[in-house]
Design a binder for this molecule. Structure first.
Ligand code: BGP
Length: 501
């Protein structure tokens, strides 16, 4: 359990809040002119993934099945938690906790039914105006992700996802529409969620279905698609600044931290290499050019990444204002993993750390690792940092009296607040906000379960869509309210502790 070294202290305007993603929360997958996304095609599969690399396997056959599925089929992202019809209630509950900010995403397919449409889908635009109006009502600052794992299915089918260079222009049009339509309502933006993730799960991040690239080096396809996303991100940043100089636009990466399994130099080298790999693309978004180690990797793999004449200039002109990231857990890495226990993490497998506890899904909780990560990223980027995702997925139980007693979530939050405070007050890190992942229970990205619950607000729906969708405050709802009210200084959770049932 991480204990803070220095007295707890946060900047007076620290942006406390919570996060969701359109594809995991909105539901209403085919309502009011929304086009299909790849996420609408991911079926629920019995869980128990020990190997996280398997969770995103997806073929053209799976796509065919999804397109021909009837109402009885179980595609959890199609229903989410029906936030499309509950957003007022959800935002009101967030306001009750005292949120200063709400990180959410806009679904491209809701803004343009088909990405090539001349005109945007007015009903989709109107929905987000309503959401931002609710946020404003409570003084909650939206932090909006333009692309959170839900590329329109149209680009998958017509351009093979982000592999097609045409998608850059389509995304630029979408980004421009968002910046123009929501000017004055939104000033904090992120371009791509977990920008490095395409290298681990290309289907949801890039709309890349491997069997559609017969005869091609799929590695090369991914690096090409990543290049297109980098160009799109840079163009979006430039447009966002031109349309509203008030806009603060950040990148967002999956902050994974790999500790050397032993002090053997080979383990140290292996851990450094694996941790460094997550910075490949955030480096481009921050520094406006490919880092040497990524160029070296592309060269050594013998890959060819097609660039267009002005691409270097576009990257240089589209660098971000701040760096945000997701952080859940840490792993170990070893030069030789034979015989070592592996442990799953956020879309990765690592060597199990014998000194850390594990969640029911095997993710190893490590608040000190958040402090390590903050130091590492601030030293690397020297830009303001924002924790865009941090949270604990757990199996919550509704007790006899209807309450949901979740001391494990309070403890997780408590120690990560301590770690952030020390990073700020001991290590000089500039950190300006924190959004807990999932502000409210939502469909798990990797397993598509509801059982893996993150929220301070319980939603009555199960893995199969059964339930009332009624919202209910968990005990941790009141704890987070206390943490926010005290600006992170009153983290004592003992008054919330009860007898285990
Ligand atoms: C991150 C995603 C989020 C969220 C989170 C938790 O990778 O950005 O969308 O899902 O992981 O993961 P999961 O939902 O798989 O437990």
């Amino acid at each position: 359990m991480y204990k803070n070294l220095a007295p707890l202290k946060f900047p007076k305007d620290f942006l406390w809040g919570g996060a969701t993603a359109a594809n995991q929360a909105e539901g209403a997958w085919n309502e009011d002119g929304k086009g299909m996304t790849i996420e609408d095609c991911l079926p629920f599969r019995t869980t128990g993934y020990e190997d996280f690399t398997k969770q995103f396997e997806f073929t053209s056959k799976d796509l065919e099945e999804a397109l021909n599925a009837d109402e009885s089929a179980n595609y959890p992202k199609r229903r989410g938690i029906q936030q499309y019809h509950h957003y007022e209630e959800d935002i009101c509950l967030m306001a009750e906790m005292g949120f200063k900010t709400y990180r959410m995403s806009i679904s491209w397919a809701r803004i343009y039914t088909h990405p090539w449409d001349e005109k945007p889908n007015q009903k989709g635009i109107d929905y987000y105006h309503r959401v931002f109006r609710e946020c404003k009502k409570y003084g909650i600052e939206p932090l909006v992700t333009l692309s959170h794992y839900d590329p329109p299915l149209d680009i998958v089918e017509k351009y093979n996802g982000w592999y097609g260079r045409e998608v850059v222009d389509l995304f630029e049009k979408y980004a421009r529409t968002c910046f123009e339509e929501f000017q004055g309502e939104v000033k904090y933006w992120l371009t791509f969620n977990e920008v490095d993730a395409m290298l681990r799960h290309p289907v949801t991040s890039g709309g890349l279905i491997q069997d559609r690239f017969e005869g091609k080096n799929f590695d090369e396809v991914i690096y090409q698609a990543m290049h297109h996303q980098m160009i799109a991100s840079a163009k979006a940043v430039k447009i966002g600044h031109e349309i509203d100089p008030e806009n603060k636009i950040g990148c967002m990466l999956t902050k994974l931290e790999f500790y050397p399994y032993t002090c053997k130099p080979e383990d140290v080298l292996a851990a450094q290499k694996r941790t460094r790999s997550i910075y490949r693309y955030a480096d481009i978004q921050v520094f406006g050019e490919y880092p040497k180690f990524l160029l070296k990797e592309i060269e050594k793999k013998g890959l060819h990444v097609q660039k267009e004449e002005n691409d270097d200039k576009i990257l240089k002109e589209g660098t971000v204002d701040f760096v945000s990231f997701s952080y859940y857990m840490t792993s170990c890495e070893a030069g030789n993993k034979d015989g070592l226990d592996l442990a799953p993490g956020n879309t990765v497998n690592g060597v199990k750390n014998p000194y850390l506890p594990s969640s029911e899904w095997g993710w190893q909780t490590d608040a000190a690792g958040l402090r390590v990560s903050l130091i590492e990223m601030y030293d690397r980027y020297r830009k303001p940092l924002f924790v865009a995702e941090n949270g604990l997925g757990a199996r919550d139980v509704v007790r006899e009296d209807g309450t949901i007693y979740d001391p494990y979530r309070m403890e997780y939050l408590k120690e990560h607040v301590c770690a952030m405070s020390d990073a700020i007050n001991e290590d000089g890190v500039e950190l300006f906000g924190y959004t807990w992942w999932g502000a409210i229970d939502i469909v798990s990205e990797s397993t598509r379960e509801m059982t893996k619950r993150y929220g301070f607000i319980y939603v009555d729906v199960d893995d199969y869509g059964n339930g009332t969708y009624q919202r209910r405050k968990k005990d941790s709802f009141y704890y987070y309210k206390q943490v926010i009210e005290s600006n992170g200084t009153d983290i004592d959770h003992t008054k919330f502790l009860k007898e285990e049932e």
